[in-house]
Design a protein around this ligand. Structure first.
Ligand code: ASP
Length: 329
């Protein structure tokens, strides 16, 4: 499809998302999720063309405000903003634990005075992005808040799965590893449950939140049992930076019981696919031979889908801004 046709196609999609912010997946309806995934699908097509640029955010300012380091998420948001013609600014803020709360609000108010249209925020404290969204005038996208939510990761994971299996409902998906510290796990559980998938979580008891069944998942401590008959195995990084005590005996032993290798994967359904949000600890939660095997690994597809999903989210939120403006005029 030519760029002009693509442009017309994207403009023709009626808006199905009227929220001002994207702070989490919890609370989104199946139709809102489907709308974002459909829009992202058309951005995948655009991103595969030579001319990848649209003017959807022309004249708008996007600020990436990261209080935690990030490589793929920040660059993915940056590229997404640029492909939609926004002016993009990146800010990485290093905070000490003592002044974290003050820095967050101060920085937000300073940036707010520069009149951005979209603020993409990552912070190590759960709830920090919501708090910030209450103080500023622009749209806010949560790029990960503590162990709470990482909504664009769940959307890009869902898009990756949907494009591969043509559906989400009825699939059995195992999320394995450090569930306790993972915002990726939480957002994925909300989304996959909402869309009719069956979600299993597999982890040692020390890496699970209290009463994990309240999330509407099946809980396994034995990886071989949990993986059996799964369509997707989603591996998580051991987040040692969030661990206060020693929650695993050693990384070697962890790999023995919970690391994904060929032998454990052979228990899953034929056609199983493997995912990981990155960054990976190779040889700790996943064997390199699996991570790099394009016949089973969807890890590169996840990165590609990330840009398209973030374009879709920004586009959806900016439609809200356009409505605001037309009311003012
Ligand atoms: N990149 C993901 C996140 O920000 C996963 C990870 O860091 O392990 O949560």
């Amino acid at each position: 499809m030519k760029a002009a046709d693509q442009h017309a196609r994207i403009h023709a999609i009626p808006s199905g998302f009227s929220r001002r912010h994207l702070l989490g997946i919890e609370g989104l309806s199946a139709s809102e999720i489907t709308y974002l995934l459909d829009l992202a699908d058309s951005y995948v097509d655009l991103n595969r063309q030579i001319n990848k640029k649209l003017d959807r955010l022309k004249g708008r300012t996007l600020i990436n405000l990261f209080f935690e380091p990030s490589t793929r998420t920040q660059s993915s948001f940056e590229l997404a903003g640029k492909r939609l013609s926004a002016d993009v600014m990146n800010m990485t803020v290093h905070t000490s634990a003592v002044n974290k709360g003050e820095t967050l609000i101060d920085t937000a108010m300073t940036l707010n005075a520069m009149r951005p249209d979209l603020l993409v925020v990552r912070h190590s404290a759960s709830g920090a992005v919501q708090l910030l969204s209450e103080k500023v005038d622009c749209s806010v996208i949560n790029a990960g808040d503590g162990a709470h939510e990482h909504p664009t990761q769940a959307l890009l994971d869902a898009l990756t799965i949907r494009r591969h299996f043509d559906r989400l409902d009825g699939l059995t998906i195992a999320i394995c590893g450090d569930i306790l510290h993972s915002r990726v796990a939480r957002s994925n559980i909300y989304l996959l449950n909402r869309m009719g998938a069956r979600v299993r979580i597999i982890a040692p008891p020390t890496l699970l939140p209290p009463e994990p069944e309240r999330f509407g998942v099946e809980v396994f401590h034995n990886m071989r049992e949990g993986i059996r008959d799964c369509d997707i195995v989603m591996m998580l990084r051991l987040q040692s930076e969030r661990m206060t005590g020693s929650l695993i005996p050693s990384t070697r032993e962890y790999f023995h019981y919970y690391g994904l290798d060929r032998e454990k994967l052979s228990l899953a359904r034929d056609g199983v696919r493997v995912m990981h949000p990155g960054p990976m600890n190779r040889g700790v939660e996943i064997d390199s031979a699996i991570a790099d095997d394009r016949a089973v690994s969807l890890i590169h597809d996840q990165v590609e889908m990330g840009v398209a999903v973030r374009m879709a989210v920004m586009d959806a939120l900016s439609a809200h801004l356009r409505n605001d403006l037309s009311k003012e005029i």
